[in-house]
Write a protein that binds this ligand. Sequence first.
Ligand SMILES: NC(=O)c1ccc[n+]([C@@H]2O[C@H](COP(=O)([O-])OP(=O)(O)OC[C@H]3O[C@@H](n4cnc5c(N)ncnc54)[C@H](OP(=O)(O)O)[C@@H]3O)[C@@H](O)[C@H]2O)c1
Length: 330
Amino acid sequence: MAYKLGIIGTNWITKQFVQAAHESGQYVLKAVYSRHEDTGKQFAQPFNVDDVYTDLEAFYNSGINVVYIASPNSVHFEQVKAAISHDIHVIVEKTAFSNPTEYAAILELLHDHPNVRLFEAARHIQQANFKVIEQQVAQMEKIAGATFVYEKYSSRFDDYLAGNEPNVLSRRFSAGALTDLGVYPIYAAIKLFGAPKQSHYFATPLRNGADGRGIAILRYDDFDVTIEFGKGSNSHLPSEILGRRDTLVIGDIAEVLDVTYYDDEGAAHQLSQEPLANPMTTEAVKFADMMTNPVDTAEDYQELLALSKTVNQVLFDLRQDAGIVFPADK
Ligand SMILES: NC(=O)c1ccc[n+]([C@@H]2O[C@H](COP(=O)([O-])OP(=O)(O)OC[C@H]3O[C@@H](n4cnc5c(N)ncnc54)[C@H](OP(=O)(O)O)[C@@H]3O)[C@@H](O)[C@H]2O)c1
């Protein structure tokens, strides 16, 4: 039977997720939460959904059994906490929580609600082309280093330049370049290479103290991963993983559209396949499978949760290194 889906946050990303969820055949949108009834109704209407709530408690009591949360990062914690307390599965957008203290409290709550599954929606690591990267990395004799780049001019940067403070560039919302875009390459690095031994972040601050762009370095036993990301410019550089003579080149580390392996002789081998039209479909299918088959997928689920927790810790360590404090840290 399809999961009864509720959503929080009515921006474009939620629409994309609902479309992916419906495409998977595993979910049906049943309820919409918004701070404003009009906005909620506007979101719900094209999906023929009548259940619109502005009260979180009523929303969680509406009969949904999974919630997708795409509100600003700083409000995820309270919304996730309430969902778990109602024994509702959670798919929360990245970055899931502001810091390790919040994460620890959520894990404790999950312990008391063992049937609830919590997923951080890191869509790119679920995609078929990311599995191709993992397979190729496993076959490379030596990893000598990697450079991942994800730098995109944000649609909200105009607003920042006009003198305002959009949520996504505000520490108040546990946001900035690291948590908004850096999280993609950092997820990729940790999924591929594990937790780093050390991490450093050289951040370029905005006038409000949030990071507008930056360079993070993750140090492993015998190689470093350099990660460049930002929200105020467009980079067209690809990402690459260096072997010795061989190289794996990734066209876009967040969309994972194009993966080419250059062998020791420099010959190019195209490894990527045509991606699905909706980049959230694969994760929607995977999460539904994990909710439906908790015993068979227990190991996979614990790995995913551990990865999410490690990413959270590394993001926090990087912020500490750069001296970036969120109000949620206090
Ligand atoms: N996976 C991806 O590709 C992807 C892409 C973009 C964003 N994201 C993630 O999705 C989340 C939302 O990002 P966004 O850029 O869409 O954020 P946003 O525009 O700032 O807010 C998203 C929604 O949250 C609600 N909201 C706004 N301000 C709020 C506040 N002060 N308190 C409570 N709710 C508020 C609004 O819905 P209502 O007005 O209906 O309440 C809004 O539509 C973030 O975690 C972000 O990192 C993921």
